[in-house]
Design a protein around this ligand. Structure first.
Ligand code: HEM
Length: 529
């Protein structure tokens, strides 16, 4: 037999003699297997979750993540837990399931990288520039922390009055005995958009239909446009983008928002302070203007910031409320318990106040338990590392590594669920824990984040709207539960959730039936609609 390397051109005849073709196939297969198994690990050896086989190419796994995110993340959490990678269409994400590593990262990065950048990347925001104001500065966070949250008490009567108006506008005219079918996700989005508009831009323009349409439809359009454009190569986005109807709606929403905000901002301009035209608002726009630097005070910057803040505030809230309502329809006995608590609080408070709303312990607990099973996001604490970090297990994460916390998997990890019976939906789980132990009285609240409950994120950039939203949801649901009866249409049960990327949605075809109920004269007065 001739040596193979000496006479490479004669390989085929030699191969026939020694059966080299099958051997080459075997070698090739081995090579591919090795190659793909290398692909299944990153350079620094972190395992990749969800690979169907060692032959599955990266692009297919990324594609599967879009609809299979929940099981991929869960599988990674169950198999590797502390540290693993999921492949998203836009980038790989290092998932941190071990709190120790999260704290190591926070200590190194001072939690300095906000969640905005990954969010924009996922929404192709680099192309249509949505959310750039958030990227450039965190003015909105300072406004929410320093102005909105401390003012919740004084804002509560204003929110209540806009809520009454919103429900009159958005709900069908329902008589007693009539069960009427509604799409809660849609009704809640419009209702919340109205409350948010009142608090964001004040009484003059908050009922402007252009603003309401812009803010309600904006989120969906941004999401759909971003979703489509992600699959389009960057250089083609300016060509394809303008052809998308949702893209054109974004342009219109932005223009409407700019026009409305600019009109308000001009009246409130500090330069006009000494004139008769000057109007000082008491809303998010005004606080933003008061705290803004020159660049942030530019009309476009202001408009974009207020619009993006609406994006953050409306659908997240509406989805959370819809999920809680589905849970209540699935367990109608809990509605009466909540009504008792509410009547009790209203009797002693005599009005809708933050203090009273804070006393709705059972409602708070039910919201938190509902969030455990149906949070808005599978992943939170989405960040790009600002500096390289070497973890205590020796794993090196270079700067610009994208990280996230598998908060949904963690919430449903029996080891993290307090109060026993972790698999069961137990609406009073958290209120029971609070009342059973004096040291727990300030723990396990809906708006709180801790190492096991990160539905609102974690650290310095945890959702800055969560205290506002807790008050808003409790007030709105209280009105709806007191004023109406609720149930699923005949033959329908609790709708299933589905996921797109790391977002959780209830079935969009889900409907509920509502009927006006009789209330006492006092409650009638307190409801106001
Ligand atoms: C139930 C409704 C809501 C949910 C579930 C929610 C959830 C979240 C989550 C998970 C984050 C990322 C935090 C992190 O990763 O550490 C976030 C960020 C944010 N949220 Fe919310 N949110 C809600 C309502 C609101 C509301 C009502 C506002 C405004 C008042 C708001 C304003 C923001 C802003 C500005 C950020 C970005 C913070 C930053 O990274 O700079 N959110 N939210």
């Amino acid at each position: 037999m001739e040596p193979l390397l000496k006479y490479p051109l004669k390989l085929s005849s030699a191969a026939k003699q020694v059966g080299l073709i099958p051997s080459l196939f075997a070698l090739g297969a081995l090579f591919l297997a090795l190659r793909f198994s290398v692909i299944s690990k990153t350079e620094n050896g972190i395992p990749v979750a969800g690979q169907a086989s060692i032959f599955e190419p990266k692009w297919l796994l990324r594609l599967r993540f879009i609809r299979g995110s929940r099981s991929i993340i869960k599988q990674g959490y169950e198999k590797y837990r502390d540290l693993y990678i999921v492949r998203r269409w836009t980038s790989d994400v290092v998932i941190i399931g071990k709190h120790k590593y999260l704290e190591e990262i926070r200590a190194k990065t001072k939690d300095s990288v906000r969640s905005v950048e990954p969010f924009l990347l996922d929404l192709a925001g680099d192309y249509f520039k949505q959310g750039q104001a958030f990227l450039e500065s965190d003015l909105q966070n300072r406004v929410l922390h320093q102005k909105l949250t401390p003012n919740i008490e004084s804002l509560t009567p204003i929110m209540k009055s806009e809520l009454e108006f919103a429900l009159k506008q958005e709900l069908p005219d329902i008589k007693a005995e009539d069960w009427v079918e509604v799409d809660p996700a849609r009704v809640f989005a419009r209702t919340i958009a109205r409350i948010v508009a009142r608090i964001w831009i004040g009484p003059d323009e908050c009922r402007n239909e252009d603003w309401l349409v812009a803010t309600t439809d904006f989120t969906e359009n941004v999401f759909i446009t971003g979703f489509i454009l992600r699959f389009v190569p960057r250089f083609l986005r300016p060509v394809i983008g303008p052809w998308l109807p949702t893209y054109r709606s974004i342009v219109k929403s932005s223009a409407d928002a700019r026009r409305i905000v600019a009109g308000l901002a001009r009246k409130r301009s500090p330069a006009k302070e000494k004139t008769d035209d000057y109007v000082k608002g008491d809303d998010v726009l005004q606080w933003t203007m008061d705290m803004a630097n020159d660049k942030e005070l530019e009309e476009n910057n202001l408009a974009e910031r207020i619009l993006t803040l609406s994006l953050a505030a409306i659908h997240t809230t509406a989805l959370t409320m819809a999920q809680a309502l589905f849970d209540l329809c699935a367990h109608p006995e809990n509605i009466d318990t909540l009504r008792e608590e509410l009547t009790d609080v209203l009797d002693t408070e005599g009005e809708w106040s933050k203090k009273g709303i804070d006393r709705l312990n059972k409602l708070d607990s039910l919201l938190k338990e509902s969030q455990r099973f149906n949070s808005v996001f599978l992943l939170t604490f989405n960040r790009f590392l600002s500096v390289p970090v070497t973890l205590s297990n020796g794993v090196h994460l270079p700067a610009r590594t994208r990280i996230a916390v598998p908060q949904y998997a963690m919430l449903n990890d029996p080891a993290n669920v307090p109060g026993g019976n972790p698999e069961a939906y137990d609406p009073w789980r958290y209120s029971r824990l609070r009342s059973s132990e004096p040291s727990n009285s300030k723990k396990h609240l809906f708006a709180m984040t801790d190492s096991t409950h990160m539905a609102f994120g974690y650290g310095k950039y945890a959702c800055p709207g969560r205290f506002f939203v807790a008050n808003e949801i409790k007030m709105t649901l209280s009105h709806l539960l007191l004023r109406y009866d609720w149930k699923f249409p005949k033959g329908r049960g609790r709708p299933q959730n589905f996921t797109i990327d790391d977002n959780i949605y209830p079935d969009p075809s889900a409907r509920v039936l509502m009927r006006r109920r009789a209330v006492s004269a006092k409650e009638e007065e307190l409801l106001g609609f």
